[in-house]
Design a protein around this ligand. Structure first.
Ligand SMILES: NC(=O)C1=CN([C@@H]2O[C@H](COP(=O)(O)OP(=O)(O)OC[C@H]3O[C@@H](n4cnc5c(N)ncnc54)[C@H](O)[C@@H]3O)[C@@H](O)[C@H]2O)C=CC1
Ligand SMILES: CC(C)CC(=O)C(=O)O
Ligand SMILES: [Mg+2]
Length: 376
């Protein structure tokens, strides 16, 4: 009797702008794995409208049905949302980006991991001797802070409350320490970035991070760095950040986009938003994750077929590793991306001429060769 494969349900959100273009290349990888004779799991893809395209069709940026599907799914894969067409619709959480915030909140994916690595095939504007050897993970608190505090918005006055509770800081600090100890980090170091010199929420942040690390992770080094000077240091001496760069929602958003300078494009940076400590091995209960590239909907290049799909494809690798414990498949995808770049195939953001679909199909072809060689 043949043993049936586990099935995982994935809410798929193409979104707006280049979102659907890059997401198509990521879902094609999941389809390839589902269909492969050695594939260990079947991925049931649940595509839905979300963001600006949902406003156009349903009048709201996210329907209750989509929030419910996200809540129930094993994982979520998203491209990006937003664009000039919907810029005037952003009151509260009503706009396209508000939908992303609501879905992150209902799924409680409090830890946003944004790995950044220098690779020779990239096109960093920074001198090679500065960036060589850079490898860190920006770990951004994802469900609190200024993004979620009560808002007031009138034509003369606006405010966003930037607040944190001890418990929110503790849980993301534990995730930072977990990552620092794991093989994803080159060093057992957490570099926490804040503005404890001016913001009350940052002062609590620094105190709770320090206390949690001392109490629960005495073997992990903890460094505190003011977030403004961290930006200069990240560009001048990026290897100083090797390890886990822990920051709140706002500073983490900025630092992770800044990290795009190191490989030379936002287009290659993946991200994973996790609701719990990652799955350790195949067969463990899946943990909920929301996977999306770091970049946005890039309206300036949407519809031209030139968007870099690597950030979305690497986000899929993170899904396999962190939600499902499929380390071998995740590593094979990452290897296929590197081999494709080594062949010289690049999109325009990396000074190449390849299209989104050419990159995607070459990565899949290489992945297939790797899977055929590999014993899973
Ligand atoms: N998770 C999400 O849904 C996010 C949505 N956004 C939204 O996206 C829209 C555009 O925001 P921007 O500030 O322009 O940031 P962006 O990340 O969309 O674009 C910044 C620059 O990077 C380039 N770029 C981004 N991704 C690329 C890719 N895969 N390949 C090649 N080049 C790429 C763009 O062409 C642009 O020059 C806004 O409406 C914003 O709110 C922004 C960030 C995250
Ligand atoms: C909701 C998003 C538009 C916020 C953002 O820029 C991000 O998560 O990277
Ligand atoms: Mg951002």
């Amino acid at each position: 009797m043949t043993k049936s494969k586990p099935e995982f349900s994935i809410l798929v959100i193409g979104g707006d702008g280049i979102g659907p273009e890059v997401t198509a290349e990521a879902t094609a990888i999941l389809d390839l794995l589902s269909a492969h004779p050695k594939g260990r799991a079947t991925f049931n893809l649940l595509p839905r409208l979300f963001g600006g395209c949902s406003i156009d069709k349903y009048g709201v940026s996210v329907t209750d049905e989509v929030l419910e599907t996200g809540r129930k799914a094993d994982a979520i894969l998203m491209g990006a949302v937003g664009g000039p067409k919907w810029d005037g619709m952003r009151h509260g959480f009503e706009g396209p980006e508000g939908a992303t915030l609501r879905l992150r909140e209902v799924t409680q994916v409090y830890a946003n991991l944004r790995p950044c690595e220098y690779f020779a095939a990239g096109n960093s504007p920074l001198r090679e001797e500065l960036v060589r050897g850079t490898k860190f993970i920006v770990l951004r608190e994802n469900c609190g802070g200024a993004f979620y505090g009560p808002k007031e918005e009138t034509s003369d006055y606006a405010s966003d409350l930037w607040s944190y509770k001890r418990s929110e800081i503790e849980r993301v600090t534990r995730m930072a320490a977990h990552l620092a100890i794991s093989k994803a980090s080159p060093k057992k170091t957490v570099i926490s970035c804040d503005k404890a010199n001016v913001l009350a929420s940052s002062r609590l942040w620094r105190k709770v991070v320090q206390e949690t690390m001392e109490r629960e992770f005495p073997d992990v080094e903890i460094v505190h760095q003011l977030a403004d000077s961290a930006t200069t240091l990240m560009m001048m001496r990026p290897t100083l950040f090797n390890g886990v760069v822990l920051a709140d929602n706002t500073f983490g958003d900025l630092l992770s986009d800044l990290a795009g300078v190191i490989p030379g494009t936002l287009g290659v940076l993946p991200s994973a938003c996790l609701a719990d400590i990652p799955v350790q091995k195949w067969g463990d209960k899946p943990i909920k994750g929301f996977y999306e590239p770091v970049h946005g909907s890039a309206p300036d290049i949407a519809g031209q077929g030139i968007a870099n799909p690597i950030g979305a494809i690497l986000s899929t690798a993170l899904m396999l590793r962190y939600s499902f414990g499929m380390e071998e498949e995740a590593t094979a995808i990452e290897k296929a991306v590197n081999l494709t770049l080594d062949e010289g195939l690049r999109t325009r953001d990396m000074k190449g001429t390849a299209s989104t679909t050419e990159i995607g199909s070459t990565i899949r072809k290489t992945l297939l060769e790797l899977l055929n060689e590999q014993a899973l």
